[in-house]
Write a protein that binds this ligand. Structure first.
Ligand code: CO
Length: 216
């Protein structure tokens, strides 16, 4: 347990720095959170939502799982989306994947890792659906990265298709869904152009984003 003392020391230092910068920070935050964004990202330790987009606690609502998958029957993810949209009234839902994702690579390689294989089956289904797009790709790393991109686009589509988002749009709630990807090598984000702000946008946005991807 000795080594965990470091984490508490880090925490005290961090809380002290935050209070030095803004004495009312925690008091204000404890009374209310008012995020404009919901981030659905990979659980990978190298892709921390707040740091990447330079936002403070209170500014982004976050859900992370292995390979940033949005499954229509996943009550955990759906509850996060519903709370974020209906209660917090976020204006943007960002599905953010990352290149070199271990979960996506395991899905592509059909690796047997245990229980998680069943979760990654959803990513394998995307590979199968877009099988033709992989025929001209000549390296394994490129195939992984292409599947990372397609996974983001398909998961953004899944978000758009949830009853929560469909109902919010039907009520006239201002809400956009976006598909982004992060590069571990340089820390930069890229918009895959899969944004949708109404039911009429969805099909075109997804198709355009897929067409924009390189074919090799
Ligand atoms: Co990942």
């Amino acid at each position: 347990m000795e080594e965990l003392k470091d984490l508490f020391a880090n925490n005290r230092r961090w809380a002290g720095q935050m209070k030095a910068r803004d004495p009312q920070f925690f008091e204000r935050l404890s009374a209310q959170q008012n995020p404009k964004y919901l981030w659905i990202g990979c659980a990978d330790s190298r892709v921390p939502a707040n740091e990447i987009i330079g936002l403070l606690p209170g500014e982004v609502f976050v859900h992370r799982n292995v390979a940033n998958v949005v499954v229509h029957a996943d009550l955990n993810c759906l509850s996060v989306v519903q709370y974020a949209v209906d209660v917090l009234k976020v204006e943007h839902i960002i599905v953010c994947g990352h290149y070199g994702c271990g979960g996506v690579a395991a899905a592509l390689d059909n690796r047997r890792l245990g229980l998680i294989d069943n979760w990654l089956r959803h990513v394998q289904d995307i590979h199968k659906k877009h099988g033709a797009r992989f025929e001209c790709i000549d390296s394994h790393d490129k195939s992984v990265d292409r599947l990372c991109e397609l996974n983001v686009i398909e998961q953004a589509l899944n978000v758009c298709q949830t009853t929560v988002v469909q109902d919010a749009w039907a009520r006239g709630h201002t809400l956009s869904v976006h598909g982004w990807i992060y590069r571990l090598q340089d820390g930069e984000l890229r918009d895959l152009g899969a944004s949708a702000s109404s039911p009429a946008d969805v099909e075109n946005a997804i198709q355009r984003a897929c067409e924009r991807l390189p074919t090799n």
